[in-house]
Design a protein around this ligand. Structure first.
Ligand SMILES: Nc1ncnc2c1ncn2[C@@H]1O[C@H](COP(=O)(O)OP(=O)(O)O)[C@@H](O)[C@H]1O
Ligand SMILES: [Mg+2]
Length: 368
């Protein structure tokens, strides 16, 4: 227990929070702690409970059970406006008949902040989102990206300790979205406040976050840094949802220390890192990412070396994506094009034989 009055490690904490709507369990016993000044992503497919979790933190929904703590204080029935958090929604919901300036200052006016103070703070956040020259414009006179920045400024002007962002870049086209990802991340560092960011886009979560909570069907399956989530997924769902991977199912034949041996249904035996729950005798899945598999022309004496037949190749500039068959099993291999060549014979051809190989430390045996 922290001392009374001591600052908690967490800006926001969910302890065993569930939310039930009729017979739908939208949030299922979620526990997580979001640290001060952290960029924390809630990531998962549509309908997995991200928005509901965010609304519970904001106070728009009460949990069916469990509790939200903000700065170590249980929130109970604290209404949204008394929580030190602000929300930015996907639909920016700017007032169309108000200028940028008026949109941003509206909340402060309602709170009775003085005119001079409002002018100063609005000027400050407009600088922050790089829109000082647009103060007098109306939302319809601005691009989607600019409107989103106004929505951000409108939240930041309240100086929340925590900003909740629900798919804030979802309405933007791909190029603008990439730009805004970088801007938003830079902004978060500058203002030094905690961001809780909802997205279903795994690349967005990986590139922006300090840590990610991966959701599936209302549950948090894993919390970790982008590296941990990508390199050490603890479940088949997370390995599949984040990035691309090859799965081979089979039975664990041996576990020694950090490593496990699995004999796949096709008869090949591989070694990989034993992930939590892996024991000899259980059904399990080997997961190996396409960029971690090599194709060679001659077998070597390493473990995890098997003969395969090339089915197709696709040259995509930076890499060549080769599909090979190991018996009945399809395996994707991404070979980085580290050599500049115009020689078509440099690449594998469909129908050719090759040997695939990967290091045991680059593959995972998952207990599922
Ligand atoms: N107010 C509500 N009433 C009934 N069901 C809801 C309500 N809000 C969300 N849900 C359901 O809860 C589940 C999680 O929804 P949501 O949190 O919006 O997911 P996400 O944001 O990850 O797409 C979904 O099945 C959704 O239909
Ligand atoms: Mg949502």
């Amino acid at each position: 227990m922290p001392e009374a009055g001591a600052l908690s490690e967490f800006a926001v904490e969910l302890r065993d929070v569930s939310k039930v709507f009729g017979d739908i369990v939208a949030v299922d016993h979620v526990s997580m702690g979001i640290r001060h000044n952290e960029f924390f992503a809630l990531l998962g497919p549509s309908g997995c409970g991200k928005t509901t979790s965010l609304r519970i933190i904001a106070g728009f929904e009460r949990p069916t059970s469990g509790e939200v703590y903000i700065d170590n204080k249980p929130m109970g029935n604290t209404p949204p406006f008394q929580r030190n958090v602000n929300t930015v929604f996907q639909s920016y919901a700017l007032f169309p008949h108000m200028t940028v300036e008026q949109n941003i200052s509206f909340g402060l006016e309602m709170k009775g902040v003085s005119k001079a103070e409002i002018a100063r703070r609005v000027g400050e956040v407009l600088e922050l989102v790089r829109l000082p020259h647009m103060a007098k414009r109306y939302p319809r006179q601005m691009s989607g990206g600019q409107q989103q920045r106004v929505a951000l400024a409108r939240a930041l002007v309240n100086r929340p300790k925590v900003l909740l962002l629900d798919e804030p870049l979802g309405a933007l086209d791909a190029k603008l979205r990439k730009e805004m990802q970088i801007e938003l991340k830079t902004l978060q560092r500058e203002v030094g406040i905690t961001f809780i960011f909802v997205t279903h886009d795994q690349e967005e979560a990986l590139s922006m976050s300090d840590r990610i909570a991966v959701f599936s069907k209302g549950k948090v399956l894993q919390i970790g840094t982008p590296l941990e989530i990508y390199e050490r997924p603890t479940s088949r769902f997370v390995a599949d949802f984040i990035g691309e991977t090859n799965f081979l199912t089979g039975r664990v034949t041996q576990v020694d220390g950090e490593f496990a041996q699995i004999t796949t249904n096709g008869g090949a035996t591989f070694r990989g890192r034993a992930m939590p729950g892996v024991r000899a005798g259980i059904e399990a899945t080997l997961s190996v990412r396409p960029e971690k598999v090599q194709l060679v022309e001659q077998p070597d004496d390493s473990v995890n070396c098997y003969e395969v037949v090339v089915r197709s190749i696709a040259y995509v500039g930076s890499d060549t994506r080769v599909v090979v068959m190991l018996g009945e099993n399809r395996i994707d291999v991404w070979e980085q094009n580290t050599i500049s060549t115009l020689d078509p014979n440099y690449f594998f051809k469909p129908g050719e034989r090759a040997w695939l190989t990967f290091k045991p430390e680059n593959a995972l045996v998952l207990a599922e």
